[in-house]
Design a protein around this ligand. Structure first.
Ligand code: PGA
Length: 248
């Protein structure tokens, strides 16, 4: 059985005060069988750690360098993230790929560096609206995943998460239907099983893209949807908690 994971991607939002309030709201009355994770802006990781330590809610990064230390001005090291108790880091988010021109190779390098430091990568993949309309969804998603598998090798695939986030659904209020999500998630699991059936069965595949309290339960009810990566709704404590509760 795969334990559902509900992960909040706060993106570049919040202040030290709003983060304290948000986390207080998330922690109070949270009861979920899902693993719960928040990914604040890196600058607030220490504050978030201090609030969350001992609560069961985990914290992680939204992005990470592919190196552990050295002359990389402005980057965030996986080693430092580990030092501050991060268990997860999101990589390859579509905003990173689009706005910062991150390539599949860049993402694969980050994946390897994270795994080597004992941090679980949350690898984001997904197609644009144009790609979906051309019928290229799985071609795009498979290329994004294959590049990582090739570089990482089977030995680095023991613990990672995939987040399927159709770009057309991110922050738009449009959500993939449960059937659309399930179709892609099942195809991703099929893709993983070509490398290893064990990896395919244990790897959690999250859905992301306008997941909210109102649609979370039916998405997570799909057999291959193992939780969610939540943007906008993770900034409102009651909404995020409702999603966690919908997941089990
Ligand atoms: P959204 O963002 O929930 O606001 O659509 C999801 C994401 O970008 O991870």
């Amino acid at each position: 059985m795969r334990q559902p994971l509900i992960a909040g991607n706060w993106k570049m939002n919040g202040s030290s005060q709003s983060i304290s309030e948000l986390l207080d709201g998330v922690i109070s009355g949270l009861e979920s069988k899902a693993e719960v994770l928040v990914c604040p802006p890196a600058i607030y990781i220490q504050q978030v750690r201090d609030i969350l330590r001992g609560t069961g809610v985990k914290w992680g990064l939204q992005n990470v360098a592919a190196e552990t230390k050295g002359a990389y001005t402005g980057e965030t090291s996986p080693l430092m993230a580990k030092d501050l108790g991060c268990e997860y880091a999101i990589i390859g988010h579509s905003e990173r790929r689009t706005l910062y021109k991150e390539t599949d190779q860049d993402v694969a390098a980050k994946f390897c560096c994270l795994v080597d430091q004992g941090i679980t990568p949350v690898l984001c993949v997904g197609e644009s609206l144009e790609e979906r309309q051309r019928g290229d969804t799985m071609k795009v998603v498979a290329a994004q995943i294959d590049c990582v598998i090739e570089k990482a090798g089977i030995e680095r695939l023991s613990d990672f998460v995939i987040a399927y986030e159709p770009v057309w659904a991110i922050g738009t209020g449009l959500t993939a239907t449960p059937e659309q999500a399930q179709e892609v998630h099942a195809a991703i699991r099929g893709l993983l099983s070509r490398t290893s059936e064990e990896v395919a069965q244990k790897t959690r595949i999250l859905y992301g893209g306008s997941m909210k309290a109102a649609n979370a339960a039916e998405l997570v009810a799909q057999p291959d949807v193992d939780g969610g990566l939540i943007g906008g709704a993770s900034l409102v404590a009651e909404d995020f908690k409702a999603i966690c509760h919908a997941a089990g």
